[in-house]
Design a protein around this ligand. Structure first.
Ligand code: FAD
Ligand code: MG
Ligand code: MG
Length: 304
């Protein structure tokens, strides 16, 4: 894949989602969420910063939220490129997609699951990311980003897959400067309005491979020592048994997936033997997959 072809693919995935029948409320809500994100990127962000300059970087940690945002961001890059062709006096064959890789930053400070690290690597290749990975010795996220900016001084804005339902996410805005205790740059946060169900719905339809840990019942992935499968997804009845919605709410998205092979089963990356052992040493029961959970308030219940 080249960045141009994966961006076109992401555009087709997004367009495919938008033409799904409104069979469930999740689908119609997710279409609205996509349209707002698309509007923010095309009409606000790309009007202010040229996405084909190196002013904008993408922050990526392999999680489901930044994966959704990456697909929609690339879709918008393709759309932006196509608009520039339409507006140009030169015919299409004289235009080349201006970027070969997407400037991306990954802060790797914690003990990370091997499975997540492999997904980040396969994502790097599939989506043509030029990933800057911070050295392990960074004391804080702020220090790690200072270091990034020192090495990439052309960066003025960073795209972040944070949502309003994340801790301290409630009052954030799509475009805002960093806080005073952070290095200075603009934060671009076009996923704030997305609910957990929208994230699963879009990812499942996309048929893109997602991190295998979600298949084991993880719903939010932090460091190895601080994350377990979400107890609200336990298969066996126990004190979490009152949680009655342990079903796949996204059958339509799966059956009509953009990627036909996904229709057999949701595509998750393989879990490393070491990670399987870590999970089994902490939990001996089985869990439903992460996408069975749609309550935003329970998303981080697997964080200890
Ligand atoms: P997650 O869902 O894990 O992360 C949300 C998003 O943050 C991800 O989708 C990804 O885009 C990004 N992200 C998270 N972890 C990483 C990582 N290790 N490497 C690369 N990207 C990552 N907090 C403040 O209080 N003030 C600020 O000014 C501020 N500026 C920030 C600027 C950037 C570029 C980033 C990435 C974070 C910033 N934060 C700031 C922290 C932010 O608000 C979240 O607390 C932080 O991203 C952790 O998110 P999470 O674990 O709660 O959720
Ligand atoms: Mg998240
Ligand atoms: Mg996190």
């Amino acid at each position: 894949m080249t960045l141009s072809s994966i961006a076109e693919h992401c555009f087709n995935v997004t367009r495919g989602y938008l033409s799904l029948p409104d069979e469930t409320a999740f689908i119609s809500e997710t279409k609205e969420a996509i349209n707002l994100t698309r509007h923010q990127l095309m009409e606000i962000v790309f009007k202010h910063w040229d996405p084909f300059s190196k002013q904008i970087s993408f922050s990526f940690n392999g999680g489901k939220d930044c994966q959704v945002l990456l697909i929609i961001y690339l879709s918008c890059l393709w759309e932006f490129f196509m608009q520039s062709i339409t507006n140009s006096e030169f015919p299409a064959q004289y235009h080349r997609f201006p970027f070969e890789t997407l400037p991306t930053v990954y802060i790797n400070r914690e003990e990370t699951f091997e499975t997540l690290e492999s997904l980040i690597e396969s994502t790097r290749i599939r989506y043509c990311l030029s990933i800057y990975e911070s050295p392990r010795n960074q004391s804080t996220m702020q220090a790690a980003f200072s270091d990034y900016l020192a090495k990439h001084s052309e960066t003025t804005a960073i795209v972040i897959g944070i949502r309003h339902t994340d801790p301290f996410g409630e009052d954030l805005e799509c475009v805002q400067e960093t806080d005073s205790d952070w290095p200075k740059f603009m934060r671009i946060q076009p996923l704030l309005h997305w609910k957990l169900a929208n994230v699963w719905s879009f990812l499942i339809y996309s048929g893109e491979e997602i991190c295998g840990l979600y298949g084991l019942g993880f719903t939010s992935i932090g460091s190895v020592n601080s994350t377990i499968p979400n107890p609200y997804l336990k298969e066996s009845p126990d004190h979490y048994g009152s949680f009655t919605h342990k079903v796949n709410h996204f059958k339509t998205e799966q059956n009509m997936s953009y990627n036909e092979s996904q229709r057999e089963g949701i595509k998750v990356s393989s879990v490393s033997a070491k990670d399987l052992e870590v999970v089994r040493s902490k939990e001996d029961t089985k869990f439903f997959p992460g996408w069975y959970l749609i309550d935003d308030a329970l998303e981080r219940k697997g964080r200890i």
